[in-house]
Design a protein around this ligand. Sequence first.
Ligand SMILES: *Cc1c(COP(=O)(O)O)cnc(C)c1O
Length: 457
Amino acid sequence: MKTIIEPFRIKMTEPLKITTREEREDALIRANYNVFTIDAENCALDLLTDSGTGAMSTEQWAAMMLGDESYAGSRSWKRFESTIWDITGIDNIFPTHQGRAAEAILAECILQPGDIVPNNSHFDTTRANIQYRGCTALDLPCPEAYDTAKESPFKGNMDINQLHRCIEEHGPEKIPFCMITVTNNTGGGQPVSMANIKAVRKVLDIYKIPLIIDACRFSENAYFIHEREKGYQDRSLLSIAQEMFSLADGATMSCKKDGLANIGGFLVCRNNEWAERFRNLLILREGFPTYGGLAGRDQEAIAVGLREGLEYDYQVYRHATVEYMAQRLVKIGVPLVLPAGGHAVFLDAKKMVPHIDSLDYPGIGVVNALYLAGGIRAVELGSVMFGRRDDEGQEHPSPLELVRLAFPRRVYTQSHFDYMIEVIDEVWQHRNEIPGYRITQQPKLLRHFTCHLEPKG
Ligand SMILES: *Cc1c(COP(=O)(O)O)cnc(C)c1O
């Protein structure tokens, strides 16, 4: 088989600043050893997130020039609405400025304090919006989700038995809706099978509980179903996506992921009574129902981007980049989460630097080593982000210490990936020199963004 090439060529370039090791050491110290606070221009390969960091196509830029900025009922809204309707088949469509705005409207309109919302794994903004309403966000991932080394095709699935038990225990009246996140971002970007979504639907039907899809990466999920699930090999990604949404009563979406746009989101639902409530709150929080939180030109870019995300050749290329890095790292011996997810490679820092205790933050050690060695910005998903303090101030580590290398869409070329692999290899060879860290200053909430750190010893 020949090399899978990028199915695009470059028409406009954005320079990357090539820094020296000394410059990076200096930048890291000035950032108090927290890469979140390093200026982006000093991160040549920025793998902090795949959200809103993608490159738009010529078609998207051209569509932006057609943006109709009329306050109500613009042509851009019509294109946005009809595209989302084609994909989801869901009638009530609300544009929002991001995914979290859609989640906030859903939570505020539908949840009462004390309610419970199950999900395969909640994304952090979804969890926060549910908790902000005084409710419980419950994660029910399948058991293999916790085994980082186990190769299994759909590690993003929900645990159906646990879902059943949860409803029996709390009662359906406490569960206004159930969610399923495709792909499962918090669980490593792992896919959810159609069979699992159907099984969830079947359980929910018994109790008449609506199903809401957190659809941020629905096209990547459709691609995995196409590749891995029996009976889907001859189907288009669009028709697979349509089948997924046909099983749902609604969806929230961040168009910064599979919308291939730099900003935007939407909320959709079938229930007209819910829609009435959403519409009223949308006007209050975001904007008039036909633009919500978006400019007409953004709606145009999203309408085109949603379709491009469902192009098979694009998904083949995207998955090839993730697999390329994962397979090369496996060959070198670097421990990572397998199989690789849809939008990122996750290094297993606990196994990479076993000499660093969890509460000395092995993930931070690896993240900072990657930055120093090659200007790569990654993110820790471990005890700094998820660690928990009990009432006595005692800190408890996260069960996993991962480092996420998220892949922006259509941004980096194969030589960038080759370079990243070389840098990771160098860090791996010198892993025994990586120090642990201590936190010297931290805010009360979401400390990973702004805390100050310092190397130990
Ligand atoms: C990014 C994301 C969100 C939130 O979307 P924003 O556009 O960042 O507000 C919600 N759920 C999942 C699974 C996500 O990845």
